[in-house]
Design a protein around this ligand. Structure first.
Ligand SMILES: *[C@@H]1O[C@H](CO)[C@@H](O)[C@H](O)[C@H]1NC(C)=O
Ligand SMILES: *[C@@H]1O[C@H](CO)[C@@H](O)[C@H](O)[C@H]1NC(C)=O
Ligand SMILES: *[C@@H]1O[C@H](CO)[C@@H](O)[C@H](O)[C@H]1NC(C)=O
Ligand SMILES: *[C@@H]1O[C@H](CO)[C@@H](O)[C@H](O)[C@H]1NC(C)=O
Ligand SMILES: *[C@@H]1O[C@H](CO)[C@@H](O)[C@H](O)[C@H]1NC(C)=O
Length: 425
């Protein structure tokens, strides 16, 4: 009782935002003006370097901070009004939008798009291919860390970033195939009571970089490395990390336990690294066959649970005592008994799935060709979702009550300079 009372003060947003805080104020907790000013400087430096190499571009003049904000605003507008190319805003077609097209000409926008950079020059010490975006990812991480303290329960997973249902329903086979060529995978550690994404990890796929990871063809090995990176700074905080079958393994969980990170993962004999687990527990013919029954094997604090519910489900955990009872409630069949670990896993994962269904609709749909730019727009999309979560937990929400779509619209208008952002309205 006392502990949960205390936790209520420790978890969640770390700073109180004013009643009048705007969508922009929340967004700028993660992407402040100094970061935008750096984009201005780097873009101008890159344009200069480009022209020194390829001849002067008479149509170019240095970009300003206000233009950089408008540039982001246009891109972000494609997270609400999904279109294949941001340029359709200036077109005469279905996605044209006269009210925002007037802020900047299409040719000016395209110039900024051409030269847009976060890091204009490669330093001699650069060893990995995300160097063009790493400083931005680092500052975003600092923003996430300092604005929010997650709940104890967190999930490691790959969010649905490419599965905009509207797009998939309307695009051609060829477009879909082209889109599948994404050269990186994106992983997150996500707070499972709010949906706030605490950390992002970008893994570059084979052939796309010299970061030494290309040799990791073995999936469980790769996923265990992803998990370690995502929990790098999680030690000693008594977190409970929920994982899917490709990450769950005895070795990883034991390693995490030494750092006081506890785990609860679904295990699959096909997808998981089952090294060190008793074979008798992995054999379906030797395990329970009636609904709600389970068997448990323990070693230290680690328990391997085999639970039957019209199929065998295996869980590995050192976060829950196997003697604690739980229950799964199904609409048709009612209550099915299970260990508490199974109930907790189902609850946290279903929250994240619902979150994904709702918020993956708000990813920026403009898809540039360059990998670093794709990563950048995904990261910006995640930052806006996180900003909305903080907004919903703030007093400002009690006044304005914007939906996620309305919040996005406000942010676009503020970035484009169409809204009065002073706190007097
Ligand atoms: C982890 O913590 C170290 C030291 O505090 C910091 O330098 C590093 O950026 C952090 N990493 C992440 C991913 O937060
Ligand atoms: C699984 O268990 C059955 C019955 O206990 C046994 O006959 C079979 O050999 C076992 N299979 C494996 C792969 O261990
Ligand atoms: C089990 O967990 C407790 C803390 O929850 C720890 O002190 C202990 O060392 C663990 N035991 C083993 C065998 O890992
Ligand atoms: C992206 O690639 C396609 C096909 O290679 C090309 O037609 C298009 O102009 C490129 N877009 C940009 C913005 O470079
Ligand atoms: C144009 O874009 C703004 C900002 O995103 C939005 O509020 C408005 O509804 C859009 N108008 C049309 C006709 O799509």
């Amino acid at each position: 009782m006392c502990l949960s009372f205390l936790l209520a003060f420790i978890l969640g947003p770390t700073r109180k935002m004013p009643l009048t805080a705007s969508a922009m104020d929340f967004f700028q907790l993660f992407v402040p003006d100094n970061v935008l000013k750096n984009m201005v400087v780097q873009t101008n430096m890159y344009a200069k370097k480009y022209q020194e190499r390829f001849g002067s571009d008479d149509a170019w003049i240095d970009v300003t901070l206000a233009e950089m904000k408008a540039f982001l605003g246009y891109m972000i507008s494609t997270s609400i009004h999904h279109c294949e190319s941001v340029l359709s805003i200036w077109s005469s077609g279905f996605y044209s939008n006269k009210s925002i097209a007037l802020i900047m000409t299409q040719s000016r926008f395209e110039k900024i798009l051409k030269y847009f950079h976060i890091v204009a020059f490669r330093s001699s010490q650069t060893t990995h291919s995300l160097y063009k975006i790493q400083p931005f990812l680092d500052s975003l991480q600092n923003g996430f860390d300092s604005a929010f303290r997650p709940s104890q329960a967190q999930v490691l997973h790959e969010p649905l970033i490419d599965e905009d249902p509207v797009f998939i329903a309307t695009c051609t086979e060829r477009e879909l195939r082209k889109r599948k060529k994404r050269k990186f995978s994106l992983w997150v550690r996500q707070c499972s009571s709010t949906g706030f994404i605490c950390q992002i990890y970008v893994h570059l796929k084979e052939g796309s970089g010299a970061d030494g990871l290309d040799a990791l063809k073995n999936k469980p090995q790769l996923h265990s490395m992803v998990a370690k990176s995502l929990c790098q700074n999680a030690s000693g905080k008594n977190y409970i990390i929920f994982t899917g079958p490709s990450i769950t393994s005895l070795n990883l969980f034991e390693e995490f336990e030494k750092q006081e990170i506890y785990c609860c993962g679904l295990l699959s004999t096909r997808k998981s690294d089952c090294t060190g687990l008793p074979p008798s527990m992995l054999n379906n013919s030797a395990t329970p066959q009636s609904r709600g029954q389970y068997r448990i094997r323990m070693k230290g604090n680690m328990s391997l649970i085999c639970w039957y519910n019209k199929g065998h489900f295996r869980f590995l955990t050192n976060a829950y005592s196997p003697v604690q009872q739980g229950v799964i409630i199904k609409r048709k069949s009612g209550e099915i008994p299970c260990p508490l670990a199974v109930e907790a896993f189902a609850a946290h994962l279903s929250y994240i799935c619902k979150y994904d269904d709702k918020y993956s609709k708000y990813f920026i749909s403009h898809k540039p060709n360059k990998t670093w730019q794709q990563v950048f727009w995904f990261a910006i999309s995640i930052a806006i979702n996180n900003a909305y979560i903080l907004y919903k937990m703030s007093e400002a929400y009690h006044v304005t009550r914007y939906s996620r779509a309305q919040f996005g619209e406000r942010l676009v208008k503020e970035l484009l300079g169409l809204e009065d952002t002073s706190p007097t309205h």
